[in-house]
Design a protein around this ligand. Structure first.
Ligand code: NI
Length: 163
């Protein structure tokens, strides 16, 4: 395993939509192992392919490890199948936009489908922090960052702080 360089916004790759993973090869397994190592080292709770320059629809996340219990999840070709009507505000950080916290409104819960490293397809419901991280990482696969979920005024203020 190896640490990968985390791209920083506004790198153009962070604004580019990713391609589906066609096949789970050794390269993909190595990429995922490296992404977990990079995420835990950063330290963060989620990391998406494009953040390390891999323009593929996959992300890794672990919603609980900072509280002492690991729950690593790799989501290959994820699809958000349903969003709850209920939304909430939550502060989000992003490893590609260090030291900036953005308060983003998103659905509280989601239904997510994804493929694991063995090629098995799963569908599960997520709520709270887990749903929040998955939605944030999923956005990266469509070339979106949390800034893109903010109103223009808030975004301008945060971009100024970031610059
Ligand atoms: Ni991010």
């Amino acid at each position: 395993m190896a640490l990968r360089e985390i791209l920083l916004w506004p790198d153009a790759r962070l604004s580019t939509a990713c391609a589906p993973v066609e096949e789970i090869t050794d390269d993909i397994r190595t990429l995922v192992a490296d992404m977990f190592e990079t995420m835990y080292d950063a330290p963060g709770r989620g990391l998406a392919g494009p953040q390390v320059g891999a323009m593929l629809r996959l992300f890794v996340m672990d919603a609980t490890w900072k509280e002492g219990e690991k729950s690593p999840l790799v989501a290959i070709n994820p699809e958000i199948k349903a969003l709850s009507d209920e939304t909430c505000e939550m502060d989000e950080g992003c490893l590609s936009i260090p030291e900036i916290t953005a308060t983003v409104t998103r659905p509280v819960g989601i239904t997510l489908s994804w493929t694991d490293l063995d090629g098995q397809r799963h569908t599960g419901e997520m709520i709270g922090a887990e749903a929040r991280i998955a939605q944030h990482e999923y956005d990266h696969l469509d070339g979106l960052v949390h800034f893109d979920r903010l109103d223009a005024k808030t975004r301008a203020r945060l971009e100024e702080i970031y610059a």
